[in-house]
Design a protein around this ligand. Structure first.
Ligand code: PLP
Length: 393
């Protein structure tokens, strides 16, 4: 037996463990100091009432012979797929129900989709970005190259005609930079992918935060259905990080080597996946009910307000940042040329505020720092005040 040696090529991810160790060591040395965490990438508000009611009702159905559900369709129930299709229609995107695949979250699908692609493909990943894209490709032995996202391009790299890529990752709004592509930027990527017969893997996990008219789906872009697969999730939209539900769109127009990728993904899912629990899909469908829409939007607005508190603070101090407007993430430049970890220590020791060092997301993250809007108002305001007192001098 031989193991998959590519796993040994993965870099150990020390980011969040190192943060946890540093924070607990600091707290042990200074038990009197209060620490505010603006490093969290998880939501903090609970599921909304409409979702909880749907989960309860569906659970009750499962306990009655006549309404019990066993195995469901691997691709998801039509009631949820129809609700998702209607949601896309609001963005001007028409989807057939069999182009929608319900899953247990975007992370699994972003990794699993790689089953469809040969190991020989070259993969283009923005740097910095959500680390799952790189690690899942390294596990499969694929060559990964990087598109530099930096202050010069507003953390939104555009295609480089000299670079040949077969699989292209785009995350917009971006984790960690909070930057969001406009129509022209996405159109450039769609055109590039079309010219090269490449496939774009578009991660729309934070689409619900877009509020300035930027695209929330890559299919709002002309020609995207022929080149892109889109991943989305109820995690940040509706607080499903622990409930687990997402969806992937594979348009039937996406054909390579004469083969529709939709058919391959259907085959993959029906072979290796047995569907999301009926109860969870009922909860997810309730997100799209009038009450669910109202309640989840109120939660998103709550996080948006936190982001604004942080962004306004940085504006007053005069620190450059991206994000915070169409995203729960604020990507700030470390002051006085500090490196990411240096600033992490400085902020923890002098303000008791915890964020995430940008260097943990890729080499271009060095010198940057990620703050998140997922804490509550009180803590966010207190942290913003401490940051202003420390850096606004
Ligand atoms: N994609 C991005 C860019 C993320 O930041 C995250 C989670 O933080 C995910 C996907 C994972 O989403 P899910 O909870 O649906 O697996």
């Amino acid at each position: 037996m031989k193991i998959n040696h590519h796993y040994l090529e993965l870099e150990q991810s020390y980011l969040f463990t190192t943060i946890a160790h540093k924070v607990s060591a600091f707290q042990a040395a200074h038990p009197e100091k209060s620490i505010i965490r603006l490093g969290i990438g998880d939501v903090t508000l609970p599921l909304c009432g409409a979702v909880v009611k749907a989960l309860e009702d569906a659970s009750a159905e499962m306990g009655v012979k006549e309404t019990f559900h066993g195995y469901g369709p691997e691709q998801g129930y039509d009631f949820l797929k129809q609700a998702i299709a209607d949601y896309y229609q609001e963005k001007g995107v028409t989807l057939a129900l069999d182009e929608i695949f319900v899953s247990d979250g975007a992370k699994s699908d972003v990794g699993n989709i790689l089953d469809l692609f040969d190991a020989d493909n070259t993969v283009l990943v923005p740097d910095p970005v959500y680390p799952v894209y790189v690690d899942t490709n390294i596990m499969a032995g694929r060559k990964v190259i990087f598109a530099d996202a930096n202050a010069e391009n507003g953390f939104l790299p555009l295609p480089d005609e000299k670079v040949d890529a077969d699989i292209i990752y785009i995350c917009s709004p971006n984790n960690p930079t909070g930057a969001v592509y406009d129509r022209e930027g996405l159109q450039a990527w769609v055109n590039y992918a079309k010219e090269r017969n490449a496939v774009i893997l578009f991660d729309a996990a934070y689409e619900c935060f877009v509020c300035d008219g930027s695209p929330r789906s890559i299919y709002e872009i002309e020609g995207a259905k022929e080149v892109a697969i889109e991943f989305c999730s109820f995690s940040k939209t509706a607080g499903f990080t622990g409930t687990r539900c997402g969806y992937t769109i594979v348009p039937k127009a996406l054909v390579r080597e004469g083969v529709a990728l939709n058919g391959l993904w259907l085959r993959r899912q029906t072979t290796k996946f047995n569907g999301v629990p009926y109860i969870v899909q009922k909860g997810a469908a309730a997100v799209f009910s009038p009450e669910g829409r109202k309640e989840t939007l109120a939660n998103i607005d709550y996080y948006r307000e936190n982001a604004k508190i942080l962004a306004d603070t940085l504006d007053r101090i005069g620190i450059r940042y991206t994000g915070g407007k169409n995203s729960p993430y604020i990507w700030m430049e470390c002051p006085n040329g500090m490196k990411s970890w240096e600033f992490f220590d400085y902020l923890l020791e002098n303000a008791g505020v915890v964020g995430t060092p940008g260097a943990g997301f890729g080499k271009n993250g060095e010198g940057f720092f990620r703050l998140t809007a997922f804490n509550d108002h009180e803590n966010t305001k207190a942290a913003a005040k401490r940051i202003e007192e420390l850096l606004g001098k």
